[in-house]
Design a protein around this ligand. Structure first.
Ligand SMILES: C[S@@+](CC[C@H](N)C(=O)[O-])C[C@H]1O[C@@H](n2cnc3c(N)ncnc32)[C@H](O)[C@@H]1O
Length: 249
């Protein structure tokens, strides 16, 4: 447990029940995509390392957005925003469940400037990811200049040195992208929740931007890596902050 972040190595569906009502300003999360059914397995090449086309074990259980509805609606503040990374096959389900509950349901596009090449050249590169965004009137919103407020953001996928090598996570998100989103949709000292935090990238973005963070991750190796990242952020920030914003107690 940390001063400005509480992270839990457990199942999100259970832990969410313990989060108090209307205590979260922004849910910014990247849950499983249910893409395994479409996978043709990893791609092997003689001249380069294998391409992970198979995501991971954690994507093999079917995630149903309806199972998150009750807890998301209970924990979010009336002024809060919910941003969820979402694959093409689930966008309809997120819309069906959440659109009736919010004044606005919009999508945001992350364009990856360095997507994995299509070696067989038979189809588009998978260079875009969708993020569904929802809120009610009166929500926290830091509108920048018009040209900064497109529902589009371009950045490379996570590269070294940001990319964690061990454990490798196939879907580690860039902190730059997460920072962009949370700076628009929350204020300093707000509480950001990521119940599927993986390597804790949302937590790193939250603490770096003076927000509080609650994170949940079921896989122990990913959780440990997230903890290490958040710890090192605390150490790095000590000389500059004068106080530790993220200290174990
Ligand atoms: C798409 S990944 C998130 C990656 C993360 N955005 C990052 O940058 O590292 C989804 C994560 O949800 C975790 N997960 C899957 N089911 C879960 C559950 N029931 N409770 C908590 N975490 C879960 C997986 O282990 C996986 O790390």
């Amino acid at each position: 447990m940390y001063k400005n972040s509480d992270i839990y190595n457990t199942d999100a569906f259970t832990k969410l029940k313990e989060i108090p009502d209307h205590s979260v300003d922004l849910i910014l999360t990247d849950p499983p995509y249910n893409l395994s059914a479409y996978s043709t397995g990893n791609m092997k090449f003689s001249w380069r390392k294998e391409i992970n086309n198979d995501l991971a074990q954690w994507d093999k259980k079917d995630l149903n957005p309806a199972d998150l509805k009750e807890d998301f609606m209970r924990v979010i503040k009336p002024t809060g925003n919910i941003f969820v990374f979402c694959s093409y096959n689930l966008i309809g389900k997120w819309h069906e469940v959440f659109d009736p509950l919010f004044d606005t349901f919009q999508f945001f596009v992350w364009h990856k400037s360095n997507p994995i090449p299509k070696f067989r050249k038979a189809g588009f590169l998978n260079s875009c990811e969708l993020i569904v965004c929802m809120w009610n009137k009166g929500h926290t919103w830091n509108f920048g200049k018009q040209n900064e407020m497109h529902n589009f953001f371009e950045s490379p996928i996570c590269m070294s040195p940001e990319r964690i090598k061990e454990p490798n996570h196939p879907t580690q998100k860039p902190v730059k992208l997460l920072s962009h989103l949370l700076k628009i949709a929350s204020a300093e000292n707000d509480t950001i929740l990521d119940p599927f935090m993986g390597l804790g990238s949302t937590g790193v973005a939250a603490l770096a931007n003076n927000r509080k963070f609650i994170g949940i991750e079921i896989e122990e190796n990913y959780f440990n890596s997230a903890k290490k990242r958040l710890d090192s952020l605390a150490i790095e920030s000590l000389p500059f902050q004068g106080v530790s914003r993220c200290v174990c107690y």
